[in-house]
Design a protein around this ligand. Structure first.
Ligand code: NDP
Ligand code: 8X3
Length: 253
C-alpha cells in the first residue's frame, strides 16, 4: 500500500458531497490538497477543517481558459499534482428526451464531459513527465444501465467510462494510472441539484432504503489510489445493497 503523505491531490467540486468526503479522508491520510469548485465559501470552510496544507482555486470546470490558466498557475508546493479526482459533475432533470431542456443537456455535457477533459488535459503532461500520477474519474452506473430520464446524464457518464479506458491505453508504459469509479445511489446534494432545489422530491429518491454516503465513495477512491504503483484498478462499480439495476429497482422498506 502506498501512503498519501507528501502527495498532492487536486479535487474538482471539493465543496460538497463526494468531493468533500475525499478531501477530508485524503487529509487524514496526510495529503496536500488543491480544493476547487465554484462556491468559494464552501472551499474556505473545508480548508479550515482539513488540518493539512491546502490551496483553494475557485474554478468552473466548464471554462476551458479558466481551467488552463488556473492550473498552469498552481503555486509550489501544490503545482505537482499526484492525484486528480475529476469529481465535479451533475445531473439535471429527469424529463424524457422529447421534452428535456436543451440548456440542461448542454450544462451536463459541458460539465461532466468537457470540464473533465479540460482538467485532465491540463494536468496530464506534468504527470507523464514526472512518471507519477493517478486520475480518478467519477463515472456512474448511469453510464452503463439506462433508465427513463437518464438520457444525457447517462450518456455523459458513458463518455467518462470510455475516456478513462482510452486514457489508460495512452498511458500504458508510464506510472500514471486511471480509475473510473461508477457509483449507484449516493445521498449527497446530487438529487437536490437534479430537482433544482426541491428537497422534498430529492428526499423521496432515498426514502425507505439505505443509500451509499459520500464517505463510502471516498473510502473506495482512497483504496484505488493507495495500491502499489504497478496496480491499476480500471473500473469500480458500486451500488447500495438496496439498489438493483436502475433507480426503478430499489428495495424500499
Ligand atoms: P454534489 O451535488 O453533492 O456535488 C457536486 C460537486 O460538483 C459540487 O462540489 C459542485 O461544486 C461541483 N460542480 C458542479 N458543477 C461544477 C462546475 N461547473 N465547475 C466546478 N465544480 C462543479 O453531488 P455528488 O457529490 O453526488 O457528485 C459528485 C460526482 O459524483 C458527480 O460527477 C456525479 O455525477 C457523480 N455521481 C454521483 C452519484 C450520486 O448518486 N450522488 C452517483 C454516481 C456518480 P460547486 O457547485 O461549488 O461548483
Ligand atoms: C447518479 C446515480 O442512479 O441516480 O449517477 O443515476 S443515478
Amino acid at each position: 500500500m502506498q501512503s498519501l503523505q507528501g502527495r498532492t491531490a487536486l479535487i474538482t467540486g471539493a465543496g460538497a458531497g463526494i468531493g468533500e468526503a475525499c478531501a477530508l479522508l485524503f487529509a487524514k491520510e496526510g495529503a496536500r490538497l488543491v480544493l476547487t469548485g465554484r462556491r468559494r465559501d464552501r472551499l474556505e470552510a473545508l480548508a479550515a477543517k482539513v488540518g493539512v496544507p491546502s490551496h483553494i482555486v475557485e474554478l468552473d470546470v466548464r471554462s476551458r481558459s479558466g481551467v488552463e490558466s488556473a492550473l498552469a498557475a498552481l503555486p509550489a508546493p501544490f503545482a505537482e499534482v499526484d492525484i486528480l479526482v475529476n469529481n465535479a459533475g451533475l445531473g439535471l432533470g429527469l424529463e424524457p428526451a422529447q421534452s428535456a431542456s436543451m440548456d440542461d443537456w448542454e450544462t451536463m455535457i459541458d460539465t461532466n464531459c468537457k470540464g473533465l477533459v479540460y482538467v485532465t488535459r491540463a494536468l496530464l503532461p506534468g504527470m507523464v513527465q514526472r512518471n507519477r500520477g493517478h486520475i480518478v474519474n467519477m463515472g456512474s452506473i448511469a453510464g452503463t444501465f439506462p433508465y427513463p430520464g437518464g438520457n444525457v446524464y447517462g450518456a455523459t457518464k458513458a463518455f467518462v467510462h470510455q475516456f478513462s479506458q482510452n486514457l489508460k491505453s495512452d498511458l500504458v508504459g508510464t506510472r500514471v494510472r486511471v480509475t473510473d469509479v461508477e457509483p449507484g445511489m449516493v445521498e449527497t446534494e446530487f438529487s437536490i441539484v437534479r430537482f433544482r432545489g426541491d428537497a422534498e422530491r430529492a428526499n423521496k429518491v432515498y426514502e425507505g432504503m439505505e443509500p451509499l454516503v459520500a464517505a463510502d465513495i471516498a473510502d473506495i477512491i482512497l483504496f484505488c489510489v493507495t495500491r502499489p504503483a504497478h496496480v491499476n484498478l480500471n473500473v469500480v462499480e458500486v451500488m447500495p445493497a438496496d439498489q438493483g439495476f436502475g433507480p426503478t429497482l430499489v428495495k424500499r422498506r
